[in-house]
Design a binder for this molecule. Sequence first.
Ligand code: CP
Ligand code: NVA
Length: 339
Amino acid sequence: MNHFYGKSFLKETDFSAAELNYLIDFAIHLKSLKKQHITHQYLAGKNIALLFEKASTRTRSAFTVAANDLGAHPEFLGKNDIQFGNKESVADTAKVLGSMFDGIEFRGFKQKTVSDLAEYGSVPVWNGLTDDWHPTQMIADFMTLKEKFGSLKGLTLTYVGDGRNNVANSLLVTGAILGVNVHIGAPSDLQPTASILEIAKKKAAQSGAKLLITDDPEAAVEGADALYTDVWVSMGEDVDYDKRIKQLLPYQINNDLLNKTGKKETIVLHCLPAFHDTKTTIGAKLLGAHKLDALEITDDVFQSEQSVVFQEAANRMHAIKSIMAVTLGNLFIPESLFE
Ligand code: CP
Ligand code: NVA
């Protein structure tokens, strides 16, 4: 009996607080098994399709390694390699992939694509990021918070920057479900939309999480146990980069802002990739044009002891392994845990 068996993970609201906590705790358990070289081939003999419309380092690597560790075979299907969305509909692709593969990961643009894959695919589908949500990232992020602080309820997480992107949506709603207070510091036109806020408020009313949405970066970071930011322009967004940089510069995570949390032990997260210096071609171009050293986070904070960004990135693999194992593995996870 496995409570999660056959379920998809398309967005955070697919699961309750107890279920999300289970995914986080199971990821921590799997991390410990891996460290001790204890085999955990819960998906032996299974085949996993990895469907990517957008680029990825962490999510692709995490799904690949996690599938291998679980005894499954991962197959990368890039958007230019298959007929998907070009010569063939999402529904037809889903039916074909679902008839051959045991699970499907999708990263891309529309949330509807991932939900259509789940509807027509008849196998578990996992959202590896869409324009709206980044649920597998959340299991890794809240796992990292749990590793650092021991428990989640009552912590305060502040996100500054583009408060309307997939990661901001996911953090706000996941925090609200799990009882983590979420502050968002962003200019008014980049704050969460009314529909996202409505979901988060409903969840917060159940969990007791306190939510704060403000355009004042200092008010946003006050009392934060964790500061979080993401790129100022997301993949596929068609916006004026120069305008966005000027607009978001007051929300950069730098030492000044970090010192304003009022807490010495505040940690810093970023889902990555990040523009924290001029070491990438795009970063160098953007920063040079504005005579800046960094965009959403300064290099000194990114490299500081308070930064857990690489622990967070490494946790993507354990988190994704947890999600795939519980939704596709022959595990004993009783219903009674979630009643
Ligand atoms: N954080 C994250 O999803 O990274 P990738 O885009 O490299 O997968
Ligand atoms: N908001 C970012 C997240 C990358 C992991 C993007 O969608 O590009």
